[in-house]
Design a protein around this ligand. Sequence first.
Ligand SMILES: Cc1cc2nc3c(=O)[nH]c(=O)nc-3n(C[C@H](O)[C@H](O)[C@H](O)COP(=O)(O)OP(=O)(O)OC[C@H]3O[C@@H](n4cnc5c(N)ncnc54)[C@H](O)[C@@H]3O)c2cc1C
Length: 474
Amino acid sequence: MRVVIAGAGLAGLACAKYLVDAGHTPVLLESRDVLGGLVAAWQDKDGDWYETGLHAFFGAYPNMLQLLKELGIEDRLQWKEHTLIFNQPDKPGVLSRFDVPDILAPFNVIMSILRNNDMLTWNQKLRFAIGLLPAIVRGQKYVEAMDKYSLLEWLRLQGVDEQVNTDIFIAASKALTFINPDEVSATIPLTALNRFLQERYGSKIAFLDGSPPERLCQPIVEYITERGGEVHLQKPLKQILLNPNDTVRGFLIRGLEGAEDEVLTADIYVGAVSVDVMKVLTPPSWKAIPFFKKLEGLEGVPVINLHLWFDRKLTDIDQLLFSRSDLLSVYADMSNTCREYANPDRSMLELVLAPAQDWIDRSNEEIVEATLKELQNLFPQHFGSENPAKLLKYQVVKTPRSVYKAIPGRQVYRPTQETPIANFYLAGSYTLQRYLGSMEGAVLSGKLAAQAISKNPQVASGEGIEPELQPLSS
Ligand SMILES: Cc1cc2nc3c(=O)[nH]c(=O)nc-3n(C[C@H](O)[C@H](O)[C@H](O)COP(=O)(O)OP(=O)(O)OC[C@H]3O[C@@H](n4cnc5c(N)ncnc54)[C@H](O)[C@@H]3O)c2cc1C
């Protein structure tokens, strides 16, 4: 069966990969000239990479790890020491570590919390553990029911000390969803915690050894094309064309640089674009269908990714760090964490600025200036001294609408991959799957869409229409 997919982010790529595995012929169309969507990256004039986002992989990403294994590229993940490292706002430059011992889950994570005495007192730890018990004992069902509360409300209901919120959850919430605990649904951090508590290496972090488009997306493209599928860049879906019965007749693709628009037809169609784009592309007659109406309840959250190149080494830490500062979320010195970006003499800090709604419209210069101020607290030895570190160059990548904003009550708005339209499916990390708006969620959503397509009665029976690529004018 021929399946046309719009959007070559990780969801669209995974969907196409699993479709070729099932013997189908995917045609993947990406609007931009770069693969990867939210994992897209570019090279500057010096050949240095800059990315849409600082991306950490976790041990608790079974579908991503399986995909990498199937592609034969699992060695591209550079696994780090099993530890979570936090800056301490009131002690500039001092780090606090949660070292996770190599023993069975959940004892490994519990032990890491018990052994950390910088951030929580014994009384706070005890109340935190008791507060978490229902999530551990009652599992994912309970976790999903907590979507009605913000994380802050949930912590208060559980009687967890406010200090636990400021010490741990502000950092976790900003890292997971780019918003603060008073805004984020309790389901999000509880889901992550549940995974971490259930899997021995769940919270172990890895970095890709180079840029995601080259080191992760390109191998997926090769896998697809070697097996008869197609992947095309700069093919933006302009309109979903319908039959009189509201099923899809074709994808109208915008012709770029003076080229004519074209209609692409297939047996099955997949929208693997972000939820914000999907809302715009939803045909008017579908908007009345409750399934598509629900998309209105979701929207992408703004986030900013910064890259700062310095004239010296600021740190030798080879790990993700939680800044716990007002402006920033997580950061890493990519000259240590990523093989392709390695530099023994100079640091390249990649930092996520979140929440970003007050910053997304500001100039890059203002954003960099404010970030440098926060670095004085993170690296006082390099910015407070007489000979401060010199910023050589920077890149700022703004994403006004990234992953869906995971505020309370959003779970019910997340659509399944199967839609009420017989020949149309959705993929994307915003669609319903158990791994939140993440790379793992994107890959799983693509896999689920491919599975649902294979189960489609029309597909299963081998019926379908002949592939055709025709200019609009014909
Ligand atoms: C700053 C930042 C940091 C992040 N950090 C992490 C992390 O550490 N760990 C983690 O797991 N996740 C992280 N994420 C989230 C992760 O990147 C996303 O959840 C995931 O990549 C989403 O993939 P997707 O395929 O669902 O959507 P997208 O990546 O949005 O893909 C949609 C694709 O559709 C294309 N498209 C749009 N319109 C059209 C059209 N009309 N026609 C054709 N194509 C179109 C887009 O160009 C894009 O390529 C981060 C995201 C950001 C922004």
